[in-house]
Structure formats: C-alpha cells, structure tokens
Design a binder for this molecule. Structure first.
Ligand code: HEC
Length: 162
C-alpha cells in the first residue's frame, strides 16, 4: 500500500515537473514538429536561414525579431509581399482568394506577386505560422533549437549553449 502511494507521488512529481519544464521554462518543441517540417518543405530556410535569423538569399528579415501578430504572419505566408522577395505559398492566392484585397490584375509586371516553388495548404501555413510565433519570435537561438532542426549531437550545434 505504502509503496504504491510512493509510486504515485513520484509519478505525480515527474509529470508536473515535465509539464513545468516544457511549458514554463521553454517551448515544447515536440508540439511544433509538424510546423518545423513545413518550414523545411517550404524551404523557408533558403531565405530566412535555418535559425530564422534571415539574411539568406533574398536578404529576408529575421523571423526572431518580427513584431507581427499570428494573423499577420499567416497572411504574409499565404499572400507573400508583392514587390519584395517574399513569395506567396497559397496556390489560390490572388486568384480564387484575394490577397490584400487584390487579384493578379491589380499588378503590373514589375510588382506582380511571385509564387513560392512549393505551395502549402492552409493547414500547413497555419502550422508553420504557429511555429514562427512560438518557436522563433522573440526567442534566443540555443543548442536545443539547433539539435531540433538538425539532429541531436549535430556538429553544427557544438558552439551553441542552452
Ligand atoms: C525566396 C525567399 C523567401 C522564402 C523562400 C521565404 N521568405 Fe519569408 N520573406 C522573404 C523576404 C525577402 C521578406 C521581407 C519582405 C519585406 O521586405 O517586407 C520575408 C518576410 C517574411 C515575413 C514577415 C516578417 C516581418 O516581420 O515583416 C514572414 C513572417 C515570413 N517571411 C515567413 C516565411 C516563411 C514561414 C517561409 C516559408 C514557408 C518564408 N517566409 C519563405 C523571403 C522569403
């Protein structure tokens, strides 16, 4: 009897500290695995870099320093930003679905919205937006994230601290 009580106490302790560590002290990265995969599928790192700090091809802005709200992030990924290097990821954008209240006809050849190489579904766009918001925005780059992006023990992460 006593023994099983102890076991349930330690189980309780284990679970609360687990929840505490992943939710209060840091982000639960595992919850955002799908969003991370979309980040890779959409080749966001081609421009925003693997760490989200930007400065890659197309000199994209840092997603760690962005001040956008979740809705603005979703919108920018769906619609891109015409006239800049940020492509749109929703296939229907500017056609069946208006963006910034415009369609393709509203642009000339110089500022026409450019599509990304791979389109993403609304569900994927939402997931990668939550990933940007929860994992990158206002977060310091650390080894945890690096090993999450690459793999545990990856050489690329050796110089980073937690
Ligand atoms: C071909 C290069 C390219 C790719 C690929 C790309 N981006 Fe961008 N992105 C940019 C550029 C350039 C900007 C800055 C646009 C500007 O000047 O306003 C930007 C801006 C953004 C912004 C707005 C940030 C802010 O604070 O204004 C978000 C959010 C964003 N990108 C997310 C993503 C995500 C997520 C992906 C992958 C699904 C992605 N981008 C793929 C080039 C790219």
């Amino acid at each position: 009897m006593q023994k099983s009580k102890n076991t349930s106490y330690s189980l309780f302790f284990f679970l609360t500290s687990f929840i505490f560590c992943t939710n209060i002290l840091g982000v639960n990265l595992e919850e955002h695995k799908y969003g991370l995969n979309v980040y890779k599928k959409g080749n966001c790192m081609g421009c925003h870099s693997w760490d989200g700090k930007g400065g890659g091809h197309g000199a994209a802005v840092s997603l760690r320093n962005t001040e956008l709200t979740i809705n603005d992030i979703i919108n920018v990924i769906k619609c891109g930003r015409p006239g800049t290097g940020m492509p749109y990821f929703l296939k229907k954008a500017y056609k069946e679905e208006k963006c910034y209240d415009t369609t393709f006809e509203d642009y000339d050849e110089f500022n026409r919205p450019v599509n990304s190489q791979k389109f993403l579904s609304s569900k994927q766009i939402e997931a990668v937006s939550i990933f940007v918001r929860e994992v990158l925005q206002n977060k310091k780059l650390d080894r945890n994230y690096c090993e999450y992006f690459y793999e545990k023990g990856s050489k690329a992460c050796l110089n980073l601290k937690n």
